[in-house]
Write a protein that binds this ligand. Structure first.
Ligand SMILES: C[S@@+](CC[C@H](N)C(=O)[O-])C[C@H]1O[C@@H](n2cnc3c(N)ncnc32)[C@H](O)[C@@H]1O
Length: 215
């Protein structure tokens, strides 16, 4: 196992969460966005009508070929006292029933793409909806093909206000960590792809620097 990269109050592991999770202490909350098994990890570049870039090219790395199996999902849930799992509708065989679902409504209906995304939570809260237009992400110049908006992950963290340490075992470009840094929480992240791990390190470092500047 690689030695983790420590950036302030973030501890970031490059590696497979199946190997790293058993070595970690239990955290306050797992907030994560595992592969949905849709095979959309590659992406072609696309342009706007004015010639500017809409989406970057992302090489196909194969990480979205399958969902985590039941054993891995149990290890992910056991890693924290509370849990929020994006794409919960893809993992319904391995998640207990819950009233506390979160909905990200992407502000448009009836397109070929989905109107929104669902997060399963272990929380005893009423179902909540975040209305955040799908184009909002463009302001962040996304560097991962399934990157979540930082504002969405900050909203998630508002449902676990007492959770001091947040774990994301499928960190991608590190958006959960960026949100945690914005709210002065501690963060542990795991990512298997070196390309996305490096992006996550940079984004989390930037978020900490900005926090220090504002302070
Ligand atoms: C849906 S993406 C997460 C995107 C993230 N929410 C973001 O905003 O960038 C899932 C990530 O999990 C990573 N991954 C898949 N299987 C993994 C494993 N067993 N251990 C660690 N990372 C894994 C993939 O490489 C991918 O970057």
């Amino acid at each position: 196992m690689n030695t983790p990269v420590i950036i302030g109050n973030a501890t970031l592991y490059l590696g497979d969460c199946r190997e790293i999770l058993p070595t970690l202490p239990k955290v306050d909350a797992v907030i994560t966005d595992p592969p949905y098994g849709l095979g959309i990890d590659g992406q072609k570049e696309s342009m706007r009508r004015d010639g500017s870039q809409l989406r970057k090219h992302h090489e196909k790395l194969g990480w979205d070929g399958a969902i985590p199996d039941g054993e891995l999902m149990q290890a992910v849930l056991a890693a924290g006292t509370q849990q929020i799992v994006w794409g919960g509708n893809y993992f319904s065989d391995d998640l207990p029933s819950s009233r506390g679902w979160l909905v990200w409504f992407k502000g448009q209906t009836g397109l070929t793409m989905s109107d929104g995304e669902l997060a399963w939570t272990s929380l005893s809260i009423p179902l909540r909806v975040k209305n955040l237009h799908r184009t909002h992400l463009w302001q962040e110049s996304p560097e991962h093909p399934t990157q979540k908006p930082t504002e969405l992950m900050i909203w998630c963290l508002s449902f676990v206000p007492d959770a001091q340490t947040i774990l994301d075992p499928f960190m991608g470009s590190g958006t959960t960590g960026v949100a945690a840094m914005n709210l002065q929480r501690s963060f542990i992240g795991i990512e298997r792809e070196p390309k996305y791990f490096d992006i996550a390190c940079r984004r989390i470092d930037d978020a900490q620097r900005q926090g220090r500047l504002i302070a």
